[in-house]
Write a protein that binds this ligand. Sequence first.
Ligand SMILES: [Zn+2]
Length: 151
Amino acid sequence: MTSTVDDPTVHDPIEELRTTLEEQFQRHSDQLAHLTVCGRQPDRGGFDDDILQALIASSRQVVADTAQALRRMAEGSYGICERCATDIPPQRLEILPHARFCVPCQRKLTGCPAGSWPGCTGANAATTALNGGHRCVSHRPDTRSATGSSR
Ligand SMILES: [Zn+2]
């Protein structure tokens, strides 16, 4: 007798996150390709050069983190903080499915007071100077790097 019922009508949260990650990977890959094309144009596609470079770095990081999250999902180590090895709360993964760190670790790594912001990969601290002290480029409302769950 087993109490585990393999009912396909029951949603597997990991499967939903996988779908989200795959969509996110596609979206940010497209964005990165678009930004790269802009970077080759004489007018940078209308972007400020510094901003464009920051956006490219941010998109590239999200693509890399998302790919890594999918890989860790396959390996069974998904949802575990890479720094302190605690479980990342499911609520955080819903907001930021490619999260590599729990919130306290993320804050320590980025120094970003809003490190749990959707799309904040924690890798954007280097762009601080570009944003006039705004630590994370992903926090700019115009990057459209939020979860995009509503439409
Ligand atoms: Zn941690």
